[in-house]
Design a protein around this ligand. Structure first.
Ligand SMILES: [Mg+2]
Length: 104
């Protein structure tokens, strides 16, 4: 059996699971870096776990690249990156004007 032989629902479930694991790994590393709420997990271990989970998500996304919903992913990525950059520029402008609110 090959990954490509798995049904789309199975690959979507795998993606959801890996995204949840990636979220946990990112939060754990952020907790360690912030240093306000101690954890027995060390930074090196947390970074390794984050790397593993990013790889898991990338492999799962790759398995879905031939499906309808991901055909135009490149365009969406460009648009979202541009929008993020725009928000960061707006936030910088707002701070310069003395406002504390980040753009939503
Ligand atoms: Mg995983």
């Amino acid at each position: 059996m090959s990954i490509k032989n798995l049904s789309e629902p199975v690959r979507l479930e795998q993606l959801a699971e890996e995204c949840a694991e990636l979220g946990h790994a990112a939060l754990k590393l952020a907790r360690i870096l912030r240093g306000e709420n101690p954890t027995p997990v060390g930074e090196a271990e947390a970074r390794e776990r984050l790397t593993e989970e990013v790889a898991d998500v990338m492999v799962t996304v790759d398995s879905l690249m031939d499906t309808r919903m991901l055909r135009d992913i490149g365009t969406h990525c460009t648009e979202k990156k541009d929008r993020w950059e725009q928000r960061l520029r707006q936030a910088k402008t707002m701070r310069i004007n003395g406002k504390e609110v980040l753009p939503g």
